[in-house]
Design a protein around this ligand. Structure first.
Ligand SMILES: Cc1cc2nc3c(=O)[nH]c(=O)nc-3n(C[C@H](O)[C@H](O)[C@H](O)COP(=O)(O)OP(=O)(O)OC[C@H]3O[C@@H](n4cnc5c(N)ncnc54)[C@H](O)[C@@H]3O)c2cc1C
Length: 388
């Protein structure tokens, strides 16, 4: 749902200008320094990028799912690092709080996340809990005075090296159902007992660091549990991820659009055998295949976003979006490297960087395999004849 077309067009215009005039010209610098320069973060804060998904009453712009999807498709047409920098605040780093936080927790944290004063992160994954996210080994033991002692180890946490507010998921009780005794705690970076690694070296997405988090006898009051009630953490994170999967699908479509634009420009100018390579039908087929897949994905994402805005159940649709967009982006990146030939493989033009950056999309927030399983599970629950 677009609430006000005029306002929305102005937002998209501002994001497009930021991407073209600030973000793209600084991509090599971001990759080299493995960080977004402070002055660019300041510009992103001024543009309100950190508050897109946060309700207006808490200082954000309260974008609808459709508005957010369109804005994300625009913002992600530059190096992935930029949208990673704001993406925790407009996604996994705030969504648990938006979904299930108490009024006091929302009033305390959401305005700081919306302005970018605080950077959020979500700490779910552990060495023994990846796709099987309910297999958490981190524990929260209830002690005197309404406190918990948290112990455990998280890994691959986006922005852990710089985040100052982490939503940490730990097991607070033992029980038969592994999903029922997980609690989400809001913990600030400087808390005694909480420590962070430096940036974990990885394949791509330089400037969007990930890292490890250790809890060693981290003492936290029960008022820091999201929603104030223990045992609800897994339900909370699933609700947050449900929305985030539409965001991620949109954020995987922007890079494909950018890659196709780059490929078209190159195909027009690069000459072999006396003519532009864009004149060769085998190259044309690669361009056309990219376009078909981008438009089909875009249509699915926007239809799903509108459905969610209407309050309909999108449990299966979000998996369709996440799977389709991330796999599509991988195929587009591969074709575009091919269209650029050697220029796609060497560092000069940044095509190889985009190819490496987008590879992670198929792994995080549910691997492709997990989403296929989810789609099949939902289908098999339906009555015959209800597949579509
Ligand atoms: C760049 C990056 C950023 C991340 N950011 C965050 C973050 O901010 N917060 C956070 O909590 N986590 C984060 N993660 C972790 C991410 O969510 C996990 O990596 C992901 O869920 C997969 O878990 P895993 O790596 O342990 O792989 P595994 O679960 O070990 O999977 C390995 C392989 O087995 C397959 N597999 C597993 N189970 C099944 C099954 N039942 N059927 C079929 N195939 C299966 C998988 O699809 C995969 O191919 C991040 C990861 C990366 C790479």
């Amino acid at each position: 749902m677009i609430r006000d077309q005029h306002k929305h067009d102005a937002l998209i215009h501002d994001v497009r200008s930021f991407v073209r005039e600030v973000a793209i010209p600084n991509e090599t610098r971001v990759e080299r320094d493995d960080a977004i320069p402070d002055e660019i973060v300041a510009t992103m804060r001024e543009l309100g990028l950190f508050g897109w998904s946060i309700p207006e009453e808490y200082g954000g712009s309260g974008l609808t799912t459709e508005e957010l999807a369109l804005a994300n498709m625009e913002l992600s047409q530059c190096s992935v690092a930029y949208r990673v920098r704001v993406g925790a605040n407009t996604g996994v780093g705030s969504e648990s709080l938006i979904q299930d936080g108490t009024e006091e927790q929302k009033r305390h944290y959401l305005p700081k996340l919306a302005s970018g004063e605080m950077t959020g992160a979500l700490g779910l994954t552990e060495p023994d809990a990846g796709s099987d996210a309910t297999n958490l080994q981190s524990s929260g033991e209830r002690i005197e005075g309404g406190h918990y002692l948290l112990n455990g180890h998280k890994r691959y946490i986006t922005l852990a090296p710089i985040a100052n507010l982490v939503t940490l998921f730990v097991r607070t009780e033992s029980g038969a159902n592994k999903a029922d005794n997980i609690s989400a705690f809001l913990v600030e970076r400087n808390s005694p007992g909480l420590s962070f690694s430096a940036s974990t070296p990885k394949m791509g997405q330089e400037g969007g660091p990930i890292g490890e988090i250790w809890m060693k006898n981290l003492r936290v009051h029960e008022s820091a549990i999201v929603g104030g009630k223990p045992g609800m953490g897994f339900r909370t994170v699933m609700k947050a991820l449900n929305k985030q999967r539409i965001n991620l699908a949109a954020l995987s479509t922007g890079p494909a659009i950018r890659l196709l634009d780059e490929a078209i420009a190159y195909a027009r100018t690069r000459k072999q055998f006396g003519s532009a390579i864009g004149g060769f039908q085998l190259v044309q087929a690669m361009l056309a295949e990219c376009k078909v897949e981008i438009e089909a994905t875009r249509a699915l994402i926007l239809a799903t976003a509108r459905k969610r805005d209407r309050g309909e159940d999108v449990t299966m649709d979000v998996s369709l979006c996440k799977y389709m967009a991330t796999e599509m982006c991988g195929r587009v990146a591969d074709r575009v490297v091919q269209i650029f030939g050697g220029q796609g493989y060497v560092k000069e033009r940044g095509i190889e960087r985009m190819y490496r950056d987008v590879r992670a999309f198929r792994i995080y927030e549910g691997t492709s395999q997990i989403h296929l399983l989810n789609i099949a599970k939902q289908l098999l629950r339906r009555e015959p004849g209800q597949a579509t």
